[in-house]
Design a protein around this ligand. Sequence first.
Ligand code: NAD
Length: 389
Amino acid sequence: MANGDQVLSQFTQVIEEKKAYSGKKLKIGIIGTGWIAEAHVDQYVKFPDVQIVAMADLIPGKCQAFCERRKVDYSGIHFYTSHKEMLEKEELDAVSICTYNATHAECAIDALKAGVHVLLEKPFTVTLDEAVAVMKAEKESGKLLTIGFQPRMDPNMQQIKKIVESGELGEIYYIQTGGGRRRGIPNSTFIEKDTAGIGALGDIGCYSLDMVLNAIGYPKPITVSGYTADFFGKNPLYMYPDANHTAEENAARFSVDDFAAAFIRLEGGIVLDFRISWAMHLDTPGDTIILGKKGALRIPSTECWNGTVGGEMTLYTDIAGLRTQTKLPIIPNNKSLFEMKVRSFLDAIHDGAPAPVPSSQILYNQAIIDGISKSAALGREVEIQIPEI
Ligand SMILES: NC(=O)c1ccc[n+]([C@@H]2O[C@H](COP(=O)([O-])OP(=O)(O)OC[C@H]3O[C@@H](n4cnc5c(N)ncnc54)[C@H](O)[C@@H]3O)[C@@H](O)[C@H]2O)c1
């Protein structure tokens, strides 16, 4: 199975019959019709309260080819090669931004300025400055902006937050998080700086950061000492050929990180030890652990952070002086995380409710990623400065 298929196969598809809907349908535009757009469009076409009316991709013919491949009826869909032209010509209610990382900020700012609600794929942006600019546009527009972290919808992920909030662990002082793969460098647009901007750090690092930061209420990051490497990506031995490139060509194109590690100080005296890998000579850089003054939680590492936790979690506490370990059963989930991600966005629009995954939280996630890149380039610890929005 191709790497992409392995990821998507985790999202159990629940096909529901379209129920009768008599209200005004939300007009949806799709920006970027590459791989992840499939998971968005597959949801929109199921829902009775929306209609995809436009799609834009820089590559001529790609939108139509996308629809033909996915068997999407495109008789009522206008195709564009510029998202700006699409936003000007169409009266859209909302867009899914499914472009590579380097154009997230531009597309999100343009959509918000056009008065359109935005579901923006992860990572938020490439840099902190871009995230701040998007949030300024969000504030000025008054429109909804949610960031596409579908693992938030998983009940096991939600359980981590519930455990922390229950007080069972006491005051948290140290967290180790991350994960990744022994071999799993994606290809296509993920490996070039011009399109991806950042590598494993942004692609899967953002998920492991979100898992723990969301659980502890997203404290502000203060300082970071970061490290990034690209030893595997630049070596043809570890790269794969694809439809358009040999392994040697992909190694020559590789211009992002394939491994990152960092030590981050958070407000409240919490320290965060982070490591993430697309490739290394090891199966896992370690489980996620959350240490509190009363107890601790171990969350088994996973190869790919797009879905749920890597296995049964273990809760460590002392009961009347006796050291105990409790295995927490996996909570079954038969709903598609992508369905829940897109549905929660649409429901928030209908209800005028807050964003399911608000930019104000993911700003700190992006600040850490940005801090790691800067610290790694400078070879020293940096302070994280977050501008006023
Ligand atoms: N949530 C998830 O599980 C998940 C999984 C995979 C990828 N992603 C994210 O989705 C994004 C896209 O990934 P992908 O694998 O689909 O990439 P991709 O390269 O397959 O597709 C991106 C598409 O966007 C188009 N594009 C870029 N800038 C554009 C612009 N300004 N206007 C119109 N089209 C534009 C490109 O031409 C390309 O067709 C990335 O940010 C990635 O991190 C999320």
